[in-house]
Structures are given as structure tokens and as C-alpha cells.
Unconditional design. Structure first.
Length: 196
């Protein structure tokens, strides 16, 4: 295996990158300016040294605690619980939420050997009991594992506090067509309907 094949193999291990895309990336790098390639390699080489999980919420950050946790303008009474650090960026890009976050680090998935003890649930319960939290928004993905995790969190929070626990609405996307919606999406849409 030569250097091109080795790099193609490495790129193809990235999520969403197949062999063809990996080959295109390698060819792009071969043709690119040497200074760009060196800078790119340095960024990759130092990424895990520079970026760590926030000690408070668990999102990726260079500064600990992260800028979200230290922002005094945010509503500290609301915590949005997400599965992964990249979910924080997704929600932040909507500019609809101004509270704090808590990253679980995954979902309960017994078939994969992931139980509640492997997630950052104890840290969430500690934050709820020690800070002045009035609402927890559960923003796990609308999957079987995400729903299981949300139900587990709801029960754990209810056992220690009487704060409001909500879940992000799920259902038909804007511009979606009923004809192409699956049964589960339609069922969630009916259950989550709101008065107009």
C-alpha cells in the first residue's frame, strides 16, 4: 500500500466519506499549495491537544469552562440536554435558545453496552440540585435510544426535583410533504400538535 492508498484509507474512515470522496480529498491535497497542506496537517495534529470537553457542560472548547458556561447574559435557569458536543453548535446556530447546555456523551443503548452510568447523567443531576434550574429541555434525537434516554432522564429528574422537564417537539419539517412522511413522524406530529 503506497502513501496515496494509506491516506485514502484514513480519509474513508471519517463519517460520510466514502472511498471516492476520500480519493478526491487526497488528489486535492496533492495539488494544493504546500503552505496550506502544512497548516492543515498542523491543525489536525494539534486539534486533540487544544480542544477538550468543558468541565461544566461537556461541549468542545479551548477555554475551560467554555464561553457558553461563562456568558453572564445567558439564562442560567434553563439547561438544554443534548447527546453530543456537536449538537450544541447546531442549536446555537438557530439563535433560538439562550440558556445553558449539558452534553450526555451519547444515549442509553443496551445493545451497544451503553447504560446510564456511561453517560454524564450524574453530573446533570448534580447541576440541577446545586444550581437554580427551573427547566430542563431534553433535546435527544427522536430515535428509540433518544426516547429511552429522555424517559430515563425525566424519571431521574423527577426523583430529585419538581422542576419543569420539556422535550423538543418533533414531527413534520417545514416544507415537508405528508405524502413522503413516515408513520412515526406522522404519529409524533399528531401527538405534538399545538393550538392555533
Amino acid at each position: 500500500m503506497n502513501a496515496i492508498d494509506e491516506l485514502t484509507e484514513s480519509f474513508s474512515r471519517l463519517p460520510g466519506i466514502g472511498k471516492k470522496s476520500a480519493g478526491r480529498l487526497v488528489n486535492f491535497i496533492l495539488k494544493a499549495d504546500t503552505s496550506y497542506v502544512k497548516k492543515f496537517a498542523l491543525q489536525l495534529n494539534t486539534l486533540q491537544e487544544k480542544i477538550k470537553p468543558c468541565s461544566v457542560c461537556g461541549t468542545w472548547t479551548e477555554d475551560d469552562p467554555c464561553p457558553i458556561c461563562t456568558d453572564t447574559m445567558r439564562d442560567r435557569s434553563i439547561i438544554c440536554v443534548v447527546e453530543q458536543p456537536q449538537d450544541v453548535s447546531t442549536i446555537e446556530s438557530s439563535h433560538e435558545f439562550n440558556g445553558l447546555f449539558h452534553v450526555l456523551g451519547g444515549v442509553i443503548a443496551p445493545l451497544e453496552g451503553i447504560g446510564p452510568d456511561q453517560l454524564n447523567i450524574k453530573q446533570l443531576i448534580k447541576r440541577i440540585t446545586e444550581e437554580k434550574v427551573s427547566e430542563v429541555i431534553i433535546a435527544t434525537n427522536p430515535t428509540v435510544e433518544g426516547d429511552t434516554t429522555a424517559l430515563y432522564l425525566q424519571r431521574m429528574i423527577a426523583a430529585v426535583s419538581d422542576i419543569k422537564v420539556t422535550r423538543l417537539a418533533s414531527g413534520l419539517p417545514v416544507g415537508g410533504d405528508l405524502e413522503y412522511a413516515d408513520k412515526l413522524t406522522l404519529a409524533r406530529s399528531f401527538r405534538g400538535r399545538t393550538e392555533v
